[in-house]
Design a protein around this ligand. Structure first.
Ligand code: MG
Length: 379
């Protein structure tokens, strides 16, 4: 059985915000753009193959500044038109499943994605929702009747669909009416849409107070530091990948993946900050899929898991322990590469190197060891 292809579509095409200034999806939140938070969460999810961002006309530079060079589509005048353009772009190479998400909801817990995708085995669509806790009343110019809230839910995104079902629903929706969401359109074509438990982390940023609350959630959480340690053997006839950079040397590191000891140590440090096990938990060496794998993907996966928890990476400190090669000449390139992989600034990455005075396995040049400490703010 082939694995279903799943793509996430982030709708980030808004042209303004109720607070004035630049569109809210590009405003900074916890040191990175709002849209970058959900992008990294989707990109890190093991079931999601690709992430496509729908932006407004002329927002290419803002997107590049927010996330980098990523796959994007230009949206339309309304949310519905933007989603349709995104779906039509995907239709050229259609995925099995699509998650449609509003960029204004920056924190996307991995567990919600898992719950949604699980329902697509039985339903054409699935949406996250939370029960309404407050009393609701109808209000005209004075207070009216109370609304029974027992069967009322707050609907959130991402919403997950079988791709063909949501594409057909969008194509056939009458252009003169505006749906409240994609799930309503899919239901209209006769399909059932499941409801899964949402999460308050998914709440939308609409008013200045929402931004302040999200900032406070990040800043007012706590700072965690965790360490990672790794060793790989140096052997002749291998390439030497260190810190995501190919370093010229007469030996290279051997291992199941590309054996980039520096990236492995940082990956473990990041996983440590959210108590998510270690690199072997996520990328078991027994799985042939990771043979010769580029270790950058382990790092971006760990960073995405941190993002999915609402975490923000403050600092990475790495120490390489070897007699040779000399690290100094490669330090700045490595800093830049690690920063790029983590979507942080090179100033937030420190690389140090030391020898072990010719003692032990590093001293004899039999291997390279790496230690890393990651500092992350988690809500
Ligand atoms: Mg390793």
């Amino acid at each position: 059985m082939t694995r279903p292809r799943t793509v996430a579509l982030i709708v980030a095409a808004g042209q303004g915000n109720r607070m004035g200034g630049s569109p809210k999806q590009f405003m900074a939140l916890g040191g990175k753009a709002v849209v970058a938070h959900s992008y990294h969460a989707f990109a890190a999810h093991p079931a999601i193959e690709d992430v496509v961002v729908v932006i407004g006309a002329g927002q290419e530079a803002e997107l590049a500044a927010a996330i980098g060079e990523v796959r994007h589509v230009t949206g339309g005048a309304t949310r519905r038109a933007s989603v349709l353009r995104g779906l039509e772009a995907l239709a050229a190479d259609p995925p099995t499943r699509v998650l449609i998400h509003d960029a204004a909801r920056p924190f996307v817990p991995t567990a919600v994605i898992d719950r949604l995708l699980a329902e697509l085995d039985r339903y054409e669509g699935a949406i996250p929702a939370l029960p309404v806790a407050d009393t609701l009343v109808r209000f005209d110019d004075r207070m009216g009747d109370t609304v029974d809230r027992a069967d009322l839910f707050r609907v959130q995104t991402p919403q997950a669909f079988i791709f063909d079902a949501v594409l057909a629903a969008h194509r056939h929706w009458p252009s003169d009416t505006d749906p409240t969401d994609d799930a309503q359109m899919v239901r209209q074509t006769g399909h059932e849409v499941a409801i899964v438990e949402g999460d308050r982390m998914l709440d939308k940023l609409t008013f200045p107070a929402d931004f302040a609350a999200a900032e406070a959630r990040i800043a007012g959480g706590c700072t965690r530091s965790a360490m990672g340690y790794d060793v790989h053997r140096l052997v002749a006839g291998e390439e030497l990948w260190l810190g995501g950079v190919l370093v010229p040397h007469d030996k290279g590191l051997s291992g199941h993946s590309d054996a980039d000891v520096a990236l492995h140590a940082i990956t473990d440090a990041l996983l440590g900050t959210i108590g998510a096990g270690d690199i072997g938990t996520h990328f078991p060496p027994s799985d042939p899929k990771w043979r010769g794998a580029e270790s950058g993907q382990f790092l971006t996966h760990a960073a995405g898991l941190v993002a999915a928890r609402g975490g923000v990476i403050d600092f990475i400190d790495l120490t390489l322990i070897c007699e040779a090669p000399k690290i100094g000449p490669h330090r700045e390139v490595m800093r830049g590469r690690i920063a790029e992989l983590l979507s942080i600034d090179p100033d937030q990455v420190s690389i140090k190197a030391t020898t072990s005075e010719r003692l032990g396995f590093t001293g004899r040049g039999e291997g390279i060891a790496a230690q890393a400490i990651a500092t992350v703010r988690v809500p």
